[in-house]
Design a protein around this ligand. Sequence first.
Ligand code: GRF
Length: 187
Amino acid sequence: MPINVAILVSGNGSNLQAIIDANKNDFLNINISCVIANIENCFALKRADKANITNYFIDHKLYQNRDIFDNEINKILQAHNIDLICLAGFMRIIGQEFINIWDNKIINIHPSILPSFKGINAIEQALNYGVKYTGCTVHYVNEEVDSGQIIDQSIVEVTKNDTIESLSKKIHNAEHILYPRAIKSLL
Ligand code: GRF
């Protein structure tokens, strides 16, 4: 039986697309049960629609605090009997209670070689630092941002003329291979 996977998104959803495609072409064998976004009309939701995946928009601004918002997401995940939660550009920090409930079942992709360049603007941070190599990491989510156990990583070379745009493109391309591969390693 394929496992039930939920994918949480906030933006473009190119990593969501990579997982959908990997599943379509049989690299993965998972059931993408639902996609949840906190941003209305984000492109990721359009991708979910196009792939006929049940999707939800949960507006974090409508909830008084993080735990109430998390709980709303939790209800959806439980209704779908979710086995694995993939954060793919989900721009909300998840609370401790939620992490406890889904212990070892939440993974995230981050655009740097962790533990370097945690947090936002990781690509810009790496470029500004002048590293020669950066990349991306899939890791478990724990109570500290971008600090959970590493599942897999990919390296990307930074070349002399790289800009944030060109480096972002290279890292995103690497992410689209890495995320399905990391999920596969957990199955
Ligand atoms: C990716 O770079 C990922 O590493 C970061 O957010 C970005 C999401 O991109 N966490 P997309 O929405 O999957 O295109």
